[in-house]
Design a binder for this molecule. Structure first.
Ligand code: GUN
Length: 291
């Protein structure tokens, strides 16, 4: 069994990005500029956005954080999005989710110029991804593809089972794993209502677990030699930790890991890759790689 080290891989990729940015700057080029909109004071969102700003520094990017109180109206937020759309100094930007209940997330996402949508959430990017056109691919599925690629894990012709059908992970992951230019796999998507979930998993060469239930995937659901990618990040209360919680994956790691050829740990697997993929998308935006 080999552990897939997302933390180390992310550090390597950030160093590669930094080297490219310094070489662009040395030639008189502009550093990539990522802006982030944060609404309110949700603890998780504060941490994520803070880490995105730190990642920008590590990569040699400019970053701008725009903060608004949670009583900002939808209309006011749409005006802020439009300002960033028009700001030529900003290459790409994100609106951190979730947003307060009185604001339509979908409306805000669709207001973002798809050419600056480095989260890859705009329907134009989602649609282009689905038919294999150049576009921003959202961070979690992109990070998983990158881990599989960097660990030389064969995916072509393999049977890949995806647990979960969310817009952010399950659906895009299925699209990408089936496409010739990415996974080139035979893909099955299972979810909370699937009657044959265990049987499907037992046949899988690769399982990507993104179902959001701690320790859901058990040892009696996998075949020996399977590759397991754990996307779960449920916060479980833990009084022994300073934070008061620990992260729990969707895989019963202790019992499943001995059966695997490769497995990602939680934490330190998929998680560290996501912000790093946002940096790659921002670099692509600055280079006008897709649009
Ligand atoms: N909230 C949780 N994950 C994400 C993400 O990848 N992008 C944005 N904008 N918000 C999030």
């Amino acid at each position: 069994m080999q552990l897939i080290d997302g933390k180390q891989t992310a550090a390597t990729i950030k160093a590669e990005i930094k080297a490219e940015v310094e070489s662009i700057a040395a030639r008189g080029g502009k550093r990539p500029h990522l802006a982030a909109i944060l609404v309110g004071h949700d603890g998780g969102s504060e941490t994520y956005v803070h880490n995105k700003v730190l990642a920008c520094e590590a990569c040699g990017f400019h970053s701008t954080l725009l903060r608004f109180e949670s009583d900002i109206t939808e209309q006011q937020l749409l005006v802020e999005v439009e300002k960033l759309n028009r700001d030529d100094s900003v290459d790409g930007f994100i609106v951190q989710l979730p947003l307060p209940k009185h604001i339509s997330e979908q409306k805000v996402i669709e207001a973002i110029d798809y050419r600056k949508d480095v989260d890859g959430f705009h329907p134009i990017n989602v649609g282009r991804m689905a038919i294999g056109l150049p576009c921003y691919i959202s961070a979690t599925p992109k990070g998983i593809l990158e881990l599989l690629r960097r660990y030389n894990i064969p995916t072509s012709g393999k049977k890949c089972v995806i647990l979960g059908r969310s817009n952010i992970v399950g659906k895009p992951m299925a699209q990408l794993m089936m496409q010739k230019q990415y996974g080139d796999s035979t893909v099955t998507v299972c979810h909370s209502r699937s009657k044959t979930l265990k049987e499907e998993c037992l046949q899988a060469d690769i399982i990507i677990a993104a179902i959001g239930q701690p320790a859901f995937l058990k040892a009696d659901m996998v075949k020996p030699g399977v590759v397991v990618i754990d996307v779960g990040t449920t916060r479980v209360p833990d009084a022994t930790r300073k934070s008061g919680f620990r992260l729990c994956g969707d895989v019963d790691f202790e019992n499943v890991a001995p059966l695997c050829s490769y497995i990602t740990p939680v934490p330190g697997g998929v998680g560290p890759m996501t912000i790093c993929m946002l940096m790659l998308n921002t670099l692509a935006a600055a280079k006008h790689l897709y649009y």
